[in-house]
Design a binder for this molecule. Structure first.
Ligand code: FA5
Length: 354
């Protein structure tokens, strides 16, 4: 280690050793060999004192260059190695968050689907949209006015007994309630029309309803209805009957018979109940239809002029019809479900069938 040729050889050797180092440990060993206390550079440094000043200066400069060059090579390689090691570590410690579904490699995974009641609501909406109706919605919490008053059922009217109501402890007693039917949405639509939306109205309004009814084969305390409302010029009962007939055939198929029976609703006049042949016993009489052979799906009738008055529609100019069917009942009859309570028991074996 006394001249420039040795220095260049040394740098070449260091370059080869540095390139061959593949781990932090190996590059540390290279650093010790070429720049440590026992390295050729260190030894040469220690011999500088024995040289004359001129030669000391020259060799000192060369040793400094050699050390700096070798240290740079080592540092560069050390950075590369630690980056490689970190990358390998990250790949090794990567957590696979993709879900493994047992059996998915051999059989298609089973997916959930809409509840039968939701499917029925969608199917009913499709039928009515196909007949030219629009779909609207209204709130489930109502004031007494929307659920009863505007529908020609003033306080203490005996017809209130038709709907056993859940009242909420809000405001004055018995002023705020969970709607007992979807008919209050009629009032919202007619008020909106009067306030600017304009007439005519051809709409269906599906939604959840609440009654203090004891659950049985045909009743639930929380159930669903789809309301229909047409307000136009020259609408007659024949339009209502025709609409119901078209709906029945479109939804249940030609084998199901339906009938309208005279009934009473304070908000329609004349009023009717709409029934279909019980699909459980095919009309013979069973527990589901209380041995009558018929199942009531809903009520309907011509909008009572008192309702038009309540919302400010001129009943000399406009007439209309309305209906309200049970969506759960429709599902029950379409799929021959003997007991409606099956719809809310959440037995997956039952729900999977639809
Ligand atoms: C009404 O609710 C009237 N609003 C219907 C109406 C609308 C008449 C527009 C005239 C004009 P009703 O209480 O009969 O009527 O209920 C209608 C239908 O909702 C019933 O035929 C039945 O299919 C369904 N329904 C009523 N109560 C329940 C219940 N507790 N569980 C399941 N379905 C029910």
């Amino acid at each position: 280690m006394s001249d420039a040729v040795d220095i260049e050889v040394l740098i070449d050797q260091a370059r080869t050793a540095v390139a061959a180092a593949g781990s932090t440990e190996e590059i540390s060993q290279v650093a010790v060999s070429f720049t440590g206390k026992k390295s050729p550079v260190a030894e040469a440094h220690r011999g500088l004192g024995a040289l004359d000043p001129e030669a000391r200066k020259e060799l000192g400069r060369l040793l400094h260059t050699a050390r700096t060059t070798i240290e740079e090579l080592i540092e560069q390689r050390r950075t590369e190695i630690s980056f490689d090691e970190l990358s390998r570590e990250m790949v090794a410690s990567k957590i696979d968050l993709s879900e493994f579904v047992p059996g998915s490699l051999t059989a298609p995974s089973s997916r959930g689907h809409l509840h039968l009641v939701s499917q029925t609501r969608d199917a009913l909406e499709d039928v009515f949209v196909g007949m030219g109706f629009e779909v609207a919605e209204g709130p489930e919490i109502e004031t007494d006015w929307f659920n009863f008053g505007a529908l020609n059922i003033p306080p203490a009217h005996p017809a209130r007994g038709m709907w056993d109501t859940f009242y909420l402890s809000l405001g004055e007693p018995e002023t705020t309630l969970l709607r007992t039917h979807t008919s209050p949405v009629q009032i919202h639509l007619m008020e909106e029309a009067v306030l600017g939306g304009g007439l005519p109205i051809h709409a269906v309004m599906p939604g959840r309803c609440y009654r203090r009814d004891t659950p049985d084969a045909r009743h639930l305390p929380v159930f669903h209805q789809i309301e229909g409302l047409v307000v136009d010029k020259g609408i007659t009962f024949a339009d209502l009957a025709g609409t119901i007939e078209v709906f029945t055939t479109a939804y249940f198929g030609p084998d199901i018979h339906s009938r309208l029976r005279p009934a009473y609703f304070p908000f329609t006049e004349p009023s009717a109940e709409f029934e279909v042949t019980c699909t459980i016993c095919h009309g013979d009489g069973c527990r589901t239809c209380s041995q009558t052979g018929w199942i009531e799906l809903g009520g309907c009738g011509m909008v009572d002029p008192a309702v038009f008055d309540a919302v400010g529609i001129d009943s000399d100019e406009w007439t209309g019809f309305a209906f309200g069917f049970g969506i759960d009942r429709c599902a029950q009859m379409r799929h021959q479900i003997a007991d409606m309570r099956a719809l809310i028991e959440n037995d997956i074996r039952f729900l999977r069938q639809f």
